[in-house]
Design a binder for this molecule. Structure first.
Ligand code: F0G
Length: 459
């Protein structure tokens, strides 16, 4: 008999989570104004709001924390982090920052000017925010296949080379500070970018004199997909694939809360010493001295260890197979999800799941609240609330896809939890014909409204 798959770790420490009753949840979510961000985490049984900073550190990471050197300048922990980044990604220069968006803030302060354009593959919200804040424009060049949830393209995170060349042809190179490759492509569903595409983007960018930035939050998960899906990479290690990927990057911004498996931290990688030197000034102003950048020594030590663990095949296989386990269960139940299943999350197609709820009543949010009421599970809306209003007309923007993202924290839940999530969604799916109404807004902030919006149920 073939042996089944099992996790590549055992559990040394646990945290109690509490189930609740439907009556309790009805009261709590009403008090939270039907905004899942407003819930106390104690009111949540399985928390899939994000995979960012929510993973479980290993015994070796905790041991590394005890060895943290808290010196203001030149700490041993800084050098451990520097060595890990050099070994794993090949960058000679780096700056620590407190998280990913801080890395964007520092690097873009050097590189992005008013009137610039920055092409990429579905820029993450904060990346786009840091571009638009500087009065520059983010241009999405993701392949069209990414927007069809049933298309089984193995690398749906890819950049469309034709769209990218169009941007390069229609703007002078001085107006294009870099192209950003988001690995994996979070917004498109945790979808990977192939090595072939990385090479093609780098070659085209070289031809037009444009630099390449990797938004690296889930770079190791991306390498796992290259190894398991792309011809010629089957027998290479994850670390070999990662080194090859980064041959094509000029810069990297990293949210270490994802693939470096720490609760807080980030960094910028540079090949160019001149840009590094300019960025040092901004790092000192915004983050902290260049050898700690908003991180404590113990956190830099845990990060260095996490980068090493996060690029091990056995760890990644356990992680990505768990996400696929949940995704495949949902597919088995007939529930519409973004396919193929991505690296860090399962994205449920809310329009297909709740066909009777009008788009003006926030379909994916309605599904998110319903899943919470069903079983105390918290996902996050990627739909009309997140898409916000048009800055000029102030009308709601209705995106093509209304998604509920179920992000899986690393090494945190077991497959029993995945079974509960799948069963809860199945129960909602089975009563979809009865769900006809959603929510109306009582209060919203002028930008980034989804974090704080207050809603009321429409009866
Ligand atoms: N880039 C990507 C692709 C991300 O997914 C995130 C964060 C960031 C940059 C910013 O990093 O949070 O450390 O400042 N994504 C989280 C999420 C918040 O839930 O997907 P940060």
């Amino acid at each position: 008999m073939e042996l089944p798959f099992a996790e590549s770790y055992k559990i040394k420490m646990v945290e109690t989570i509490r189930r609740s009753t439907r009556e309790e949840r009805e009261e709590w979510i009403k008090q939270a104004k039907y905004n899942l961000f407003n819930l106390k985490s104690d009111y949540v049984f399985i928390d899939l709001l994000t995979d960012s900073g929510t993973g479980a550190m290993s015994d070796k990471q905790w041991a590394a924390m005890m060895l943290g050197d808290e010196s203001y300048a030149g700490a041993r922990s800084y050098h451990n982090m520097k060595d890990a980044i050099k070994t794993i990604m090949g960058f000679d220069y780096f700056l620590p920052t407190h998280q990913g968006r801080a890395a964007e803030n520092v690097l873009f302060s050097v590189l992005v000017k008013e009137g610039d354009v920055v092409p990429g593959n579905s820029h993450f919200d904060t990346t786009k925010g840091h571009i638009e804040f500087r009065r520059a424009k983010a241009i999405d060049c993701t392949i069209d296949e990414a927007f069809d949830t049933t298309n089984l393209h193995p690398f749906k995170g890819n950049i469309d080379i034709k769209k990218l060349e169009e941007v390069y042809k229609s703007h002078p190179k001085e107006k294009i500070p870099f192209v950003v490759l988001t690995l994996t492509n979070n917004t498109a569903g945790g979808q990977p970018v192939s090595m072939e595409n990385i090479k093609a983007v780098a070659a085209l960018s070289k031809k037009y004199g444009v630099k390449v930035l990797f938004d690296s939050a889930r770079f190791a998960e991306n390498a796992y997909f290259i190894k398991t899906r792309e011809k010629g990479y089957e027998s290479l290690t994850i670390k070999q694939i990662v080194l090859e990927m980064y041959e094509y990057a000029d810069f990297a911004t990293m949210s270490s809360k994802k693939d470096a498996i720490v609760n807080m931290g980030g960094f910028i990688g540079f090949k160019d010493e001149a840009v590094f030197r300019q960025a040092c000034t901004y790092n000192i102003m915004f983050e902290g001295f260049i050898t700690y950048g908003g991180m404590s020594g113990r956190d830099m030590n845990a990060l260095a260890q996490g980068l090493d663990e996060g690029t091990e095949f056995d760890y990644l296989e356990t992680r990505i197979k768990q996400v696929a386990y949940l995704g495949n269960k949902l597919i088995e139940y007939g529930i519409p999800v973004q396919q193929p299943i991505g690296g860090h999350a399962v994205f449920v197609d809310a329009k297909k799941m709740l066909p009777l709820v009008p788009k003006e009543e926030f379909i994916a949010q309605t599904l998110g609240v319903e899943l919470y009421l069903e079983a105390g599970i918290r996902g996050v809306e990627i739909g009309t609330l997140l898409a916000d209003r048009d800055p000029v007309t102030r009308e709601n923007r209705y995106p093509n896809l209304e998604l509920l993202r179920l992000a899986i924290p690393r090494r945190t839940y077991t497959n029993n939890h995945m079974d509960v999530i799948a069963a809860a969604l199945k129960n909602v799916w089975d009563r979809r014909e009865q769900m006809k109404r959603g929510y109306r807004i009582l209060w919203e902030a002028p930008i980034m409204r989804h974090f704080t919006v207050e809603l009321e149920k429409i009866n």
